[in-house]
Ligand binder design. Structure first.
Ligand code: NAG
Length: 158
């Protein structure tokens, strides 16, 4: 390898690390939400930067973990609400989340039938009890209150 090529590889990998934090992204298991609305879809794939390589995604209390969902919406939207909660006997909103999806996380408008990426840095607050949590995540069009995409998965706070 020439030194220029090597430099390119080093720069590229540091860029990837900077973009994704300490851990590499990997596919995580997810499922459709329990009561999907008519125009809502489930993602094609969900990636997350987990502290472990397989099984339920481990996230560090006090850390930040990046989630990326790839989906093909059925509706257009120019103002998107992002809502992540954990599913206890009631749904409990995750603290410190940014409800405005449009911007860095999502390119708006969202266009029906286009492959769409939603990328979110989820901060895991230090005060969270270490445990496994069922998480539900949805994106909703604010103008019509229609759900665009919804999925659920598990995280293990360690
Ligand atoms: C979404 O918007 C595009 C134009 O940007 C339009 O052609 C299309 O019909 C719209 N689709 C829906 C489902 O509203």
């Amino acid at each position: 390898m020439t030194s220029r090529k090597l430099l390119a590889v080093v720069l590229l990998s540091s860029f990837v690390c900077a973009a994704w934090g300490t851990f590499s992204p990997r596919r995580i298991l997810f499922a459709q939400c329990d009561y999907p609305e008519e125009h809502s879809v489930k993602p094609k794939a969900v990636f997350m930067t987990c502290a472990n390589n397989r099984g339920v995604c481990e996230v560090r209390a006090g850390g930040s973990h990046t989630l990326r969902a790839i989906f093909v919406p059925k509706i257009n939207s120019s103002d998107v609400d992002s809502y992540v909660r954990w599913n206890s006997w009631v749904e409990v909103q995750l603290p410190g989340q940014n409800r405005d999806a449009c911007g860095e996380a999502l390119t708006c408008p969202v266009v029906a039938n286009d492959i769409t990426r939603f990328t979110y840095n989820l901060d895991i607050q230090n005060f969270w009890p270490r445990d496994e949590y069922p998480v539900i995540w949805s994106l909703t069009d604010r103008a019509t209150d229609q759900e665009i995409v919804c999925f659920k998965f598990r995280i293990n706070i360690v």
